[in-house]
Design a binder for this molecule. Structure first.
Ligand SMILES: C[S@@+](CC[C@H](N)C(=O)[O-])C[C@H]1O[C@@H](n2cnc3c(N)ncnc32)[C@H](O)[C@@H]1O
Length: 261
């Protein structure tokens, strides 16, 4: 449905690659990716996997970290992502990009020293199986760093708290397949046989509705909440009107989880 309340909101859904590029280019994107890279502790000469590598966002920084004697393998299920990742890393001889599924990785046992997943496990059909696969392809003593949001923690300020709760409940129930994966990762990784030395929360606070909209797609998602019966049309208008008129605040917790095999 079209609610069309304010020019603050993006009206069309961005292309998936443009969306990922845009987020990676924000201060938030750069800072959490830097933290994930630090936690990965890559050494020269190592073999590093980026599982669900998208358009190759992190392959360059991983290539810098392993140096000319190492290897970086990106894996993604989506052909357009793989094609773009290959184009963008064509000048990086240590990088290889494979079409593949994190549930059934096209990799031999114990080949990798390090692996990362960045906003991938929130979307997969079976995170437990994916973690088992990642453990299989890591060598003993290898390290996995995961970064996933917990959408149940999405807090958007509104004078009518019921609308905020309904909005978040819709996102958690209907928009993201594994919405509370962030808080579950440490337990799921332990269940897959990893030790989990660190869990680092990153909680961006958005005080600019436009910046939040670029990440959250507020108007589009509100339209879906109406279609799914979480908000009435009138509630949706009150919700969006306030988001653009009053001081805005939204926050969501993103968990970075370090796991060792
Ligand atoms: C939110 S994007 C993140 C991309 C990249 N990690 C980044 O930070 O820019 C999620 C990516 O996971 C990929 N993906 C989803 N399910 C997958 C699966 N089962 N196996 C491999 N890749 C998958 C998608 O195609 C998409 O490129």
């Amino acid at each position: 449905m079209g609610i069309m309340t304010s020019s603050a909101f993006e009206t069309t859904r961005p292309d998936p690659i443009a969306y990922l590029d845009r987020l990676a280019g924000t201060d938030l994107g750069r800072s959490y990716k830097r933290l994930m890279l630090e936690e990965l502790g890559v050494r020269a000469g190592q073999t590093v996997l980026d599982l669900g590598c998208g358009p190759g966002t992190d392959l360059g920084s991983l290539a810098d970290a392993v140096g000319s004697g190492g290897a970086v393998i990106g894996v993604d299920l989506d052909e357009a992502m793989v094609d773009t990742a290959r184009e963008r890393t064509a000048d990086r001889p240590v990088v290889e990009v494979r079409l593949g599924d994190v549930h059934d990785l096209p990799l031999a046992d114990g080949v990798a020293d390090r692996a990362r997943t960045d906003r991938v496990l929130q979307h997969v059909a079976d995170p437990v199986r994916a973690l088992g696969e990642i453990r299989r392809v890591l060598r003993p003593g290898g390290r996995l760093v995961m970064g996933e949001p917990d959408w149940e923690t999405l807090a958007i300020d509104h004078p009518d708290g019921g609308l905020s709760r309904a909005y978040t409940r819709h996102v958690a129930d209907k928009v993201i397949r594994n919405a509370s994966i962030g808080r579950q990762l440490a337990r799921l990784a332990a269940g897959a046989g990893f030790s989990v030395p660190a869990v680092l929360p990153v909680t961006p606070v958005f005080r600019d509705v436009r910046a939040a909209d670029r990440v959250l797609g507020l108007e589009r998602t509100t339209g879906r909440a109406v279609d799914a019966g979480y908000l009435t049309g009138e509630e949706a208008r009150r919700w969006l009107d306030h988001l653009t008129s009053g001081p805005f605040l939204a926050a969501v917790t993103f968990y970075i989880v370090v796991a060792e095999s």
